[in-house]
Write a protein that binds this ligand. Structure first.
Ligand SMILES: NC(=O)c1ccc[n+]([C@@H]2O[C@H](COP(=O)([O-])OP(=O)(O)OC[C@H]3O[C@@H](n4cnc5c(N)ncnc54)[C@H](OP(=O)(O)O)[C@@H]3O)[C@@H](O)[C@H]2O)c1
Length: 355
């Protein structure tokens, strides 16, 4: 019997990952977290498929016990920029494949820096969420021809959990990306772009603010696709979140003090437009006229829940043997067109268009 461990399976992302994994019928689910009442409640919602397990990922023995016997461990616990490769390392060493709804280049580097020997035979997929995740994967659907230019706009209004707010506050510095930069002719062009205030964009509600942020994920994508120019924007429906982040980053104190302000800023955004999230990618082919698609648009009412769907899809790909061994981001090892097709049929996707 295939056993899939879902750590953090009672969280915002994890609950949806559990629901989809149960729906795909991939095997028995082992749901882990510190609060047994919460994990038990999730197991009751998926009767006959899931068993609850108390585990704190910072307790090495409990974590080893949780991973033992799993074919794949799906991590939806965080904050991912603090957890890094803690769960991946134990999962892989116990003989399991690994999928992380978050975890970025820093986590991949950490795992590879002293890789467990089992990584030669096991797949470890990081950034299997929306951003990072779909933000680096879906643009590849447009790259069936060489591209002169690729633009990405990802954002909207979403509740932010306290744990995710810590991650948002930690994503600062060149390891994660460069504000106001573009990718031009094979290098980062600092200060090339300015924020777009009060603009309308396809798929976004009303007027929005688009902040240029060349994420490490988008820069890697541009390098791999050999795109002449790449512009990546994070889109906010008000300036509440950029202001909360700027205030936190100007303060030398512990970032945890700023978590309530980030959570409140996200609620202010939802009050302005209602919850929604959009991924919009636009491409210009290198060779002038082409019948290749130029625009991909995907919308969801809940970006966190959709991250859970992506983690579940990544898990089914790993279990299906379609992901090679080694540590990689989901954007680099999943089939973009295949994931887009699966998402298009998911109830959490309200609009999916390629043209
Ligand atoms: N890639 C993306 O687009 C994307 C999108 C959204 C979120 N994320 C990331 O996904 C992660 C989860 O976010 P979320 O909003 O779902 O958080 P959440 O709602 O707070 O859920 C976190 C879950 O992890 C469990 N957990 C926390 N600390 C734990 C520990 N030490 N040991 C075991 N379990 C623990 C929690 O249960 P207990 O408290 O009971 O232990 C809870 O079930 C975060 O790292 C976030 O940044 C990524």
């Amino acid at each position: 019997m295939t056993v899939i461990g879902v750590l953090g399976g009672a969280g915002t992302v994890g609950r949806v990952a559990v629901d989809r994994l149960a729906g795909y019928g991939l095997g028995e689910l082992r749901i882990g977290g510190r609060d047994m009442d919460r994990v038990t409640a999730v197991c009751r919602a998926t009767p006959g498929v899931a068993v609850p397990v108390r585990v704190d990922l910072h307790d090495p023995r409990r974590l080893r016990d949780f991973c033992a016997g799993c074919q794949v461990v799906v991590n939806c616990a965080g904050p991912s920029y603090q957890v890094l490769d803690t769960v991946a390392r134990v999962a892989v060493a116990s003989g399991a494949d690994y999928v992380d709804a978050a975890g970025d280049l820093a986590a991949i580097d950490a795992l590879e820096s002293a890789a467990p020997p089992e990584l030669g035979e096991r797949a470890a997929v990081f950034s299997a969420g929306l951003m990072p995740g779909l933000s680096g994967l879906l643009p590849r659907v447009l790259a069936t021809r060489p591209l002169a230019r690729l633009d990405g706009y990802v954002g909207g209004a979403a509740h932010i959990s306290e744990l995710s707010a810590v991650d948002a506050l930690l994503t600062r510095g060149p390891r994660f990306g460069t504000a106001l930069a573009a990718w031009q002719n094979g290098r980062i062009a600092l200060g090339a772009l300015a924020p777009l205030h009060d603009v309308t964009l396809p798929g976004f509600r009303g007027r929005v603010h688009a902040w240029p942020f060349l994420s490490a994920e988008f820069a890697r994508l541009a390098t791999e696709l050999n795109v002449g120019e790449a512009r990546n924007y994070t889109v906010y429906v008000t300036d509440a979140i950029p202001r909360a982040l700027a205030t936190a980053w100007a303060d030398d104190g512990p970032i945890e003090h700023h978590v309530p302000a980030v959570v409140a800023a996200a609620e202010a955004d939802i009050a302005a437009t209602g919850p929604y999230y959009t991924l919009l990618f636009q491409a210009v082919p290198a060779l002038g006229e082409s019948t290749a698609p130029r625009r991909l648009l995907l919308r969801t009412p809940d970006s966190y829940a959709l991250s859970g769907v992506v983690a579940a899809i990544a898990t089914s790909e790993v279990l299906g043997g379609r992901v090679k061994p080694g540590a990689r981001s989901a954007a680099e090892c999943l089939d973009a067109a295949g994931v887009f097709a699966r998402l298009s049929g998911d109830p959490l996707v309200t609009h999916a268009e390629i043209r």
